[in-house]
Design a protein around this ligand. Structure first.
Ligand code: 13P
Ligand code: SF4
Length: 328
């Protein structure tokens, strides 16, 4: 993986980040798809649900969110009194882009008897138009609590929605968004890789299309995949999600081999999230130094979005379902 130079005009960036995080009473939250060097200096690394919970509970005054914008906006929605900063405001998400709020509103209005169960990878506006938010680690627990006769719109990820729909044998109206990263995995290349590593299981994120999920031994969120990597009995695992998560696997299990599932070119390079990659050590340092760019959300919008997020936090902690998509 590319290692960023550790200096900005001769500064020791890691030492400066350490100094500033104490001075600012800041917590650095990082998603598993961040670069290894950002993961290594974060105070906390997690999946979308874990990071949301951490943001809601922290006593730090500043949250430096090393992830993408919808994640930082979720932190601000849940912790409005905190200063929330994101190293690069252009760190978006193809799923958020695929679901413009006005189109989503019109779709909801056309289906008044449906509730909107919405993946957290969306804008604050779309959260405000939704009934319950889910993450990949909470979706199954939450769906299990919705009465079977209740009609559901699921957006914006049609692959996660389709996976849930098949697993629960439950029809849902699916919004046609996809993650450009998980969409890039190639079934043909995956089958070639499996043939080269007979017996190696495949762990896949549910944002993958069915052509990849069909070959997976385990399907789950980033934290679920990490848990599977720590417990599978073999010595080689094929990982069908953004490859930066492999850093945590290699740290936890240095004796095992983790191979990123390939894209159509046979390489994993097309499967690196271009949005997550916008956050660099230099930008992280500047963000801590200047306390910007900041996430700001208009209060009425924040309160409306908070309702569907609070519902997620409440339903995700209920003791039904498995707590992750775990298994097939
Ligand atoms: P997780 O909640 O599984 O970390 O997924 C977030 C995401 O954006 C995956 O692409
Ligand atoms: Fe969005 Fe996909 Fe990147 Fe996750 S990996 S942040 S879903 S574009």
């Amino acid at each position: 993986m590319t290692v960023q130079p550790a200096t900005l005009s001769g500064l020791d960036l890691r030492a400066e980040i350490d100094r500033l995080r104490k001075e600012r009473n800041a917590i650095i939250l990082a998603h598993y798809y961040q670069s290894a060097e950002i993961q290594d200096l974060a105070d906390y690394i997690g999946d979308s649900l874990e990071l949301s919970k951490k943001a809601a509970a922290t006593e730090a005054e500043v949250i430096v969110f090393c992830g993408v914008k919808f994640m930082a906006e979720t932190a601000k929605t849940l912790a409005p009194e905190k200063i929330v900063v994101l190293p690069d405001l252009n760190a978006g998400c193809s799923l958020e882009d695929a679901c413009p709020p006005e189109k989503f509103r019109a779709f909801r209005e056309a289906h008044p008897d449906h509730i909107a169960l919405t993946y957290i990878n969306c804008s604050t506006e779309v959260k405000a138009l939704s009934d319950v938010i889910v993450t990949s680690s909470s979706a199954e627990t939450i769906l299990a609590q919705i009465p079977p006769e209740q009609k559901i719109i699921f957006g914006p990820d049609r692959h996660l929605g389709g996976y849930l729909s098949r697993k629960f044998n439950r029809e849902m109206l699916l919004w046609p968004g996809v993650c450009i990263v998980h969409e890039a995995f190639s079934e043909t290349e995956l089958l070639k890789l499996k043939a080269q590593h007979p017996g190696a299981p495949v762990a896949a994120h549910p944002e993958c299309p069915p052509s990849i999920i069909d070959h997976a031994d385990y399907v789950g969120s980033t934290s679920g995949i990490l848990g599977f990597a720590k417990s599978f009995p073999g010595d080689t695992l094929i990982v069908a999600t953004e490859p930066h998560i492999i850093h945590q696997m290699e740290k936890a299990l240095p004796g095992k081999t983790f191979i990123g599932a390939p894209g159509a070119d046979g390489q994993c390079s097309c499967n690196i999230c271009p949005y997550m990659a916008l956050n660099t050590l230099e930008k992280l340092y500047l963000t801590l130094r200047d306390l910007k760019p900041r996430i700001e959300i208009e209060e009425g919008l924040r309160l409306r979005a908070k309702q569907s997020l609070d519902k997620m936090l409440e339903m995700a902690s209920a003791s039904v379902g498995k707590g992750d998509l775990g298994g097939r």
